[in-house]
Ligand binder design. Structure first.
Ligand SMILES: O=C(O)CCC(=O)C(=O)O
Ligand SMILES: [Fe+2]
Length: 315
C-alpha cells in the first residue's frame, strides 16, 4: 500500500483510550513505518535547550570538537563526511557532523564529554530519559495493538526488552552545514538508509529536508510540524515483527531555497537490550516462522555489524 503522507498520531488520549491510539500507531507502522507523534511528554523548552546546546557545540573550533572523536562504542563526535549512510550510491560521505551520547549511567556520561556538555550532564541525562520514556509509550502501543498474550508479557512485552542504562541507546545531535561553507554540491545530505534499532524519535527544527521512501520509486517529504516528534520503525523492530512493521528508507535532501541555512536535527535511537533475540514476537498478527533458526541473531550482534559498515572510526 502506498501512503501519500506520513500519518499523525495524537497521544493525548493514550491513558484514557490506549486501544485507539495503539491502532493509529499500528496502521502507520504496517504501512509507511513513520508517524508524527503529537501531544507527547517531552517539554518544548527542553527540546529548545537541547538544540541550543547542539548549536553551541558545533560552533566550537574544529580542533576542540576533534578532541572527542567518535569511538568504536558509538560515542562522541563524527566529523563532516565521516559517515556514509548509503555507501552503494554515495560518492562522498554525508554532509553532516554529529555528536552521539551513549546513555548516562548513574547520572555519569559514558565517556568524557566536552566541557559545554559536561556542565549540563543532569539536563542531558534527564532529556535522554524523557526520550526513552516516550519510546516506552510507543512500545506499549505496539504490544497493545499486536495483542501480545498476557502470559508472554502482554503490553509490557517490548518494554521489557529495553532499558535506558546499559543499553546501546543514543541521543544524537546533528548539524548539516549550509551549502556555501563548502564545495558540497549534492542535494542529498544524508544518504538513503534505514535505522538500525527498534524505533527512532526525531526532532526537527526550522529547516525541513527529511524524505521518506513511500514506495520503491517515490520519495515523500516529511514537513516540519511544530512540536511533533517523527517516529520511525528501525530494522530490529522489522525483524522482531517478522516484516509486519516496516523499517523504511529515508534520507535528507536540501532544497535550493534552504542551501544558505544550517540544518539541525536530533534523533534519539532506541535499541533493545543487547541479548534480545530478533525472532518473531508472539502475536497472532505476526508470522511465527523463523527464517533461519540456526542463525538467530541478537540485537547486540545486529547493531555491531551495522555500525562497522557505516563509520570510518579512524578519520
Ligand atoms: O536529520 C534528519 O532529519 C534525519 C537523520 C537520520 O535519519 C538519522 O540520523 O538516522
Ligand atoms: Fe535515520
Amino acid at each position: 500500500m502506498v501512503v501519500e503522507a506520513i500519518p499523525i498520531v495524537d497521544f493525548a488520549d493514550f491513558k484514557s483510550n490506549p486501544k485507539k491510539v495503539a491502532q493509529g500507531v499500528f496502521d502507520a507502522c504496517k504501512s509507511i513505518g513513520f508517524f508524527y507523534m503529537i501531544n507527547h511528554d517531552v517539554p518544548q523548552q527542553d527540546i529548545d535547550k537541547a538544540f541550543a546546546l547542539s548549536k553551541q557545540f558545533f560552533d566550537l573550533p574544529r580542533e576542540e570538537k576533534e578532541k572527542f572523536l567518535i569511538d568504536e562504542e558509538n560515542h562522541g563526535y563524527s566529523t563532516l563526511y565521516s559517515e556514509t549512510l548509503d555507501p552503494e550510491h554515495q560518492r562522498q560521505g554525508d554532509h553532516k557532523e554529529g555528536f552521539n551520547f551513549r546513555s548516562f549511567e548513574d547520572g555519569k556520561p559514558f565517556a568524557k564529554l566536552p566541557q559545554l556538555f559536561d556542565q549540563e550532564t543532569k539536563f542531558l541525562d534527564s532529556f535522554s530519559r524523557n526520550c526513552h520514556a516516550t519510546a516506552l509509550q510507543i512500545l506499549e502501543a505496539f504490544a497493545i495493538a499486536l495483542e501480545i498474550p498476557e502470559e508472554k508479557g502482554g503490553k509490557e512485552f517490548f518494554k521489557k526488552g529495553h532499558s535506558y542504562e546499559n543499553s546501546a541507546e543514543i541521543l544524537r545531535f546533528l548539524k548539516y552545514p549550509r551549502g556555501g561553507e563548502t564545495d558540497y554540491k549534492e542535494p542529498v545530505r544524508a544518504g538513503a538508509h534505514s535505522d538500525y534499532g527498534s524505533i527512532t524519535l526525531l526532532f526537527q527544527k526550522d529547516v525541513p529536508g527529511l524524505e521518506v521512501q513511500a514506495s520503491r520509486t517515490e520519495w515523500i517529504s516529511a514537513p516540519l510540524i511544530p512540536g511533533a516528534i517523527i517516529v520511525n520503525v528501525g530494522d530490529q523492530m522489522e525483524m522482531w515483527t517478522n516484516g509486519l512493521f516496516k523499517s523504511t528508507k529515508h534520507r535528507v535532501t536540501f532544497l535550493p531555497e534552504h542551501n544558505h541555512l544550517d540544518r539541525y536535527s536530533m534523533p534519539y535511537f532506541v535499541h533493545p537490550k543487547d541479548d534480545v533475540p530478533l525472532v518473531p514476537a508472539p502475536s497472532k498478527f505476526i508470522d511465527q516462522t523463523i527464517a533461519n533458526p540456526e542463525r538467530v541473531i541478537t540485537a547486540g550482534e545486529h547493531l555491531r555489524s551495522r555500525l562497522d559498515s557505516t563509520y570510518d572510526y579512524k578519520k
